[in-house]
Ligand binder design. Structure first.
Ligand code: FE2
Length: 285
């Protein structure tokens, strides 16, 4: 593991393609002095880990803000007492989180915001309570996965688009929806996105995962086969970083160049993550 110390930031890469550990102190991180460097690392390394930094909500919000604009009320984050919340409590326990049921999708590889024009740029998670078993988080680099595709696949993907939908998410949770629930889910958001996202920085990433329902203009099974093949390709071990949480760990990831998922854990295990988000800055293209 190569460690490079630049002023107060000590940076170590966790795998060749994805994941970098940053050892610093809370005061230095909150000063904003390294914001540019952190943003640059976020883009090139996709996942940044701040081990046991132990931020409270206020500090987490301040840190998030130091890197860009906070995203509020994204993907149905509920209001509390009529106020938008910068911190969302991620829990599979319905007693803790009103959206616990839909979080079952968090166990499937996905990126956030595929039914929006502009997805969130990044999410920040801090670990408050851990499950005794399971609950690790995994990310894969969809930049590295695209880059490693054979040229003929890259050519074949040019111009292809997939529809991402709320209906697909609801069917992931319950493949046998009642007709009434099906109609309700179908009324939810749905959007066509390119399978390959050409970012403003010139890099390309794959846009696949559990929100993708079908590839436009393809027979049903061929469309599914392509989505499964690309998801399988993108989530190969060499593109993945798995984080085993300790209380107080904070991780930020670039939502636009990754897929993520949590590994299974018991809903009543007490596992609790506090999430804040950076508003998107770039539409899918
Ligand atoms: Fe997510």
């Amino acid at each position: 593991m190569m460690t490079v110390t630049s002023m107060a930031l000590s940076v170590s890469h966790l795998t060749p393609h994805i994941g970098t550990r940053i050892d610093s102190d809370g005061e230095t991180l909150l000063s904003g002095r390294h914001a540019q460097e952190i943003r640059a690392l976020l883009e090139t390394r996709s996942v940044l880990v701040f081990p046991e930094i132990g931020f409270d909500d206020e500090q987490q919000i301040a840190f998030t803000r130091s890197l860009g604009a906070l995203a509020y009320d994204y993907n149905g984050v509920p209001m509390v007492n009529g106020e938008q919340q910068a911190i969302f409590k991620v829990s599979l326990d319905e007693k803790v989180s009103p959206t616990a049921r839909s979080l079952k999708n968090s166990l499937l590889w996905h990126l956030d915001g595929t039914t929006h024009d502009v997805p969130i740029l990044a999410s920040v998670l801090t670990a408050r309570h851990l499950a005794p078993a399971g609950g690790e988080t995994e990310w894969c680099s969809t930049y590295a996965a695209y880059e490693a595709l054979p040229d003929e696949d890259k050519r074949a993907l040019e111009g292809l688009r997939a529809v991402h939908s709320n209906l697909q998410l609801q069917r992931n949770i319950n493949p046998e929806l009642s007709y009434a629930d099906f109609r309700r889910a179908r009324g939810g958001p749905s959007k066509s996105q390119p399978l390959v996202w050409t970012h403003r920085n010139g890099r390309k990433s794959l846009v696949v995962g559990a929100t993708a329902a079908y590839v436009e203009g393809m027979p049903h099974d061929d469309s599914l086969e392509l989505l499964v093949r690309l998801r399988d390709w993108a989530t190969q071990p060499q593109f993945v970083y798995r984080h085993e949480w300790k209380i107080g760990d904070m991780v930020i990831w670039d939502n636009t160049g990754t897929l993520h998922r949590a590994l299974p854990y018991a809903p009543d295990s007490g596992r609790l993550m506090h999430r804040s988000m950076l508003a998107g800055e770039e539409p899918f293209a």
